[in-house]
Design a binder for this molecule. Structure first.
Ligand SMILES: [Zn+2]
Length: 160
């Protein structure tokens, strides 16, 4: 078991323990969520950004590229990524571009899984809130706040 994987399992089991104590009617996350966590914990080469492919016209006099778009030079591949508002780009060989395409696809997959994981955990978090017996007590507390603010205003009126 890798370090990050272990971290995931640790956080999962920690969640189970505290949930059992706090709220009995809070349903555990689906096996789908656990599956996502296991997949996210598996490192792989991946990247953010995008790959662009372009053909270019040169400035050589008499070169066919000037007239015929199919005679343009390239394709040239470049990898671009915005980091802190700046666009970073680098050129890639066709072989590198093929690999980068897979790395970007892996990055998209990771992001989608991460989003699904968030949604699953947030749904769980909602169930945890709804499952607490303090929901009605919270309403009473709201009334308490109202009374507190009345006290404040009466204090203010005393001062003025
Ligand atoms: Zn040319």
């Amino acid at each position: 078991m890798g370090f990050f994987e272990g971290l995931f399992f640790w956080s999962c089991s920690y969640g189970i323990t505290s949930r059992k104590i706090e709220a009995m009617n809070n349903a555990p996350p689906s096996t789908h969520i656990r599956q996502l966590a296991a997949e996210l914990a598996e490192p792989k080469p991946m990247r953010r950004g995008s790959l662009s492919e372009r053909t270019v016209k040169c400035s050589k006099p008499g070169c066919a590229c000037a007239e015929d778009s199919s005679a343009r030079h390239g394709p040239y591949f470049s990898l671009t990524r915005a980091v802190a508002g700046k666009t970073h780009s680098r050129f890639l060989t066709p072989e590198q571009a093929a690999i980068a395409r897979q790395q970007i696809a892996a990055g998209h997959e990771f992001r989608n899984k991460l989003e699904a994981y968030w949604q699953g955990c947030e749904a769980w978090a909602d169930r945890e809130l709804e499952g607490t017996p303090t929901a009605s007590a919270r309403e009473a507390e709201k009334g308490g706040f109202k009374r507190a603010s009345k006290t404040k205003s009466s204090k203010r009126s005393k001062r003025s």
